[in-house]
Every structure is written in C-alpha cells, then in structure tokens.
Design a protein around this ligand. Structure first.
Ligand code: ADP
Length: 403
C-alpha cells in the first residue's frame, strides 16, 4: 500500500516538472511568434533560457561602460550618437556635452584635419590613427580604431579610443635607459685607456722613487695606485655589464682546482685589505670546469664587499665544502648586514641597499649582478643570508668536474 502511495507521489511530481517545461517552451514559442524574440535560445543546465538582443544589449552595454577604453558611435555626418563614460572622462567633459556633439569638435585643433581624413576613409575600410587629447593634467596620447557597424540596415561608425599613456611612458623609460646605457658604455670605453696608462706611469714612478730610496713618494704613489685600481674596477664592471647584455662576455673554460684559486685570492685580498682576520677553510680536491678568472672575479667581489661593509678589525671567514656532485663556497662577514626586504634585490643591476651610510661606500651596484650572471652561466647558484646589523653570508655553488 505504502509503495503505491510513493509511486503516485512520484508521478505527480514528474507531471508538474513536465508541465513547467511545457510552459517554458510555450512562452518561448509565443515570444518568437510575437516578434519579441529576435535571437537565440541557449541551454543553461536543464532549462532553455531566452537570450534576446535586448539582454545581449544590456550585457554589452555594461561591458562597454565598464571598459577603460573610450567607445563612441558616429552617424554619417560625424555626430556622436553614443559614448561611454570612459571617453567623456578622457575629455574631462560631462557625458551630456559629448553626446550630440560633432566628433571633430571634441578633438584638439591640430588633429582636426587628420581626424576628418580618417573618418572619411573609415567608411570604406577600417583604420587607425594616433592623436593626443589635452587631458586633465597632462597630454593624453590615444589610439583611435575606426570600424563601420551595420545596424538595422543603416551604417554607423564606431571608434574605440585606447589610452596609450602607459605604453608611451614605458617606451620613453626604455629609451632613457638605452640612452643611459649607451652613455655609460661610451664613457667607460673612453676612460679605460687613459686610466690604464695613468696606472702604468704610477708603477714606473714608484720603481724610480724606490731606486732613489724615496719611500715617502712611494707610499703616496701606492695610495694613488689603490684609487686608480678602484676606478679601473668600476670601469671594468661597466664594460662587463655591457658585454653581458649583448651576450659578448667571453668565457675561457678549463678544469681547475677551486681550492688553489681560493688560496691565491685570499692571499692577495688579505694583503690589499690589510686584514689579518681573513680565515680560510677547505680540504682536499675541488675540481671545477669553468672560467678560472671569472670565478676568481666573483670570489674577489664577495671578499671586497665583505671587507667594505664590515668594520676593519672584524673577521671574514671563507669556507669551501664539497658534496657528491657540487661544491659550496661561503664568505661570512660580521658587518652591517642587509635588511630582509632588500635581500633578493642585491643581485639586480645597479641595485644598492638604501641606508643612510650607503653613499660613503664606493660602488655602482654592479658587482653582485655580474657575479650572479657568471655563476648562472656556470650552471651554479649564488645566494645570501643576512640580518641587518648581524653580518652577511654570501655563498655560491658550482657543479664539480667528476671526470
Ligand atoms: P657595490 O659595488 O655597490 O658594492 P654590489 O653589487 O657588489 O655593488 O652590491 C650591491 C649592494 O649590496 C651594495 O651596495 C651593498 O649595499 C649590499 N651588499 C653587498 N655585499 C654586502 C655585504 N657583505 N654586507 C652588507 N651589504 C652588502
């Protein structure tokens, strides 16, 4: 008995469901017959849904209103029949002042004849032109894209007005960077020869003075030599950056013992830095395949920085460790450290940590950029761990030569 009641209930609900579907279908047919529907029926889930030109108009209306580009429709004589609020905003005018206006009157005088010409042309074929509106605070460069629209047998002209200020600014910034790079490249190239020859004369003079027993002159010339070396480092960094960017940095690769290189550089650096607290730890063989000079340049740079950004008497530790297939070299200092939020940026081109004392240390923010390019090129990894005020540990890893 219960079973029958259930079946009866099911039949009733199925019947209601079918009736409601029939009602929807009848509604659609009635709407089509009455000409209310001039469009499509789409299936949405189980239910067909009416999608009239009216509802499409509404969707597109919102879309066009919301878009950042200006949108305008003109009739044959160039009067604005429709315009979205973005376009009115570009002109800094209320919508009411734009609707019904002659489009050419909305355009600055110097572009009027161009706009008239392209409007004439656009009735025959799609076209584009760049002009500049006066803008609210500064000139607003825009791209006009003109197309004809056929609506209800009549023809209208649609114009999409795209704001180009972002692209123009990016282009100008790119151009400024290119000009700066060009200047830097010419200047560093021109500086290299005279500075190198000054260095040569200093060395000759030092020899002469030493032979004459003039130690005072030698000491002063040694200082001049150290300054010239700083200048040469900067010039070489600039030249290296140019070569990295143009893919012209030459690498001469060979198998060499990394620990020997560390010993050589540590010895040189300790002498130049006048540091007794330079400690170096490594054991055994550490064969690497790569450009010995360039990898040496990375090590020198990390040691120079460790010395430059830490007090003269504090320790600098260098350690080399080897695992199955790679080696890791760490350079630890106990200096000023680097704020956490700037750690990832120190390897960027021209990046210098912003702190009050930064200007007291010479440098262009290129050493770490060049170092990271060299290490990347050797399929290695360079990184840093640091805490402001608590020193820094820079490290790089390179694959071992296992052959
Ligand atoms: P720079 O020639 O200016 O030193 P680098 O590319 O070698 O350029 O370093 C980029 C920036 O990273 C430096 O300006 C400095 O602020 C910071 N930095 C590099 N090494 C250290 C370090 N050992 N301790 C603290 N800050 C460092």
């Amino acid at each position: 008995m219960d079973l029958n009641i259930n079946k009866y209930g099911e039949l009733i609900s199925q019947n209601e469901e079918l009736k409601s579907r029939l009602d929807v279908a009848l509604d659609i047919i009635r709407a089509i017959r009455n000409g209310e529907v001039d469009a499509v029926i789409v299936k949405k889930g189980d239910e067909p849904e009416l999608y009239t030109i009216k509802s499409a108009d509404h969707t597109y209306g919102i879309f066009i209103e919301k878009m950042n580009d200006g949108a305008v429709t003109l009739n044959k004589v160039g009067i604005v029949l429709y315009c979205n609020s973005s376009f009115a905003r570009m002109l800094n005018l209320p919508l009411t002042a734009v609707l019904g206006a002659l489009f050419e009157n909305l355009v600055p005088g110097e572009f009027r004849s161009l706009v008239n010409t392209i409007i004439k042309k656009a009735w025959k074929q799609d076209c584009k032109a760049e002009i500049t509106f006066t803008g609210e605070n500064k000139p607003l460069p825009v791209l006009l894209s003109l197309n004809t629209l056929e609506i209800d047998g009549g023809e209208l002209l649609s114009i999409i007005i795209s704001d180009l200020s972002f692209q123009k600014e990016a282009q100008e910034q790119k151009k400024a960077i290119e000009q700066k790079d060009e200047f830097i490249s010419i200047a560093s190239h021109e500086l290299k020869t005279p500075v190198t020859s000054i260095k040569g004369y200093i060395q000759l003079l030092r020899q002469d003075f030493l032979e004459q027993g003039n130690n005072k002159a030698d000491t002063m010339l040694a200082r001049a030599d150290a300054q010239v070396n700083k200048l040469l480092t900067l010039i070489n960094e600039l030249l290296d950056v140019k070569k990295i960017e143009t893919g012209q940095l030459q690498y001469q690769e060979e198998v060499f013992d990394f620990n020997d290189l560390v010993d050589e550089i540590t010895e040189d650096s300790a002498r130049i830095m006048n540091r007794e607290m330079l400690k170096c730890k490594h054991t055994g063989n550490c064969k690497v395949y790569g450009d010995r000079n360039k990898i040496g340049q990375v090590l020198t740079n990390l040691l120079d920085n460790a010395s430059k950004y830490s007090p003269a008497a504090s320790e600098i530790n260098i350690a080399v460790s080897v695992t199955k297939d790679k080696m890791k070299c760490t350079i630890q200092d106990f200096g000023m450290g680097i704020p956490k939020d700037q750690l990832s940026k120190v390897f960027e081109r021209f990046y210098r940590v912003s702190r009050k004392s930064e200007n007291t240390y010479s440098g262009l923010g290129l050493g770490l950029y060049i170092s990271s390019e060299i290490i990347k090129r050797h399929k290695g990894f360079i990184g840093v761990e640091s805490e402001e005020g608590n020193g820094s540990t820079f490290y790089f890893e390179l694959p071992l030569n296992l052959n």
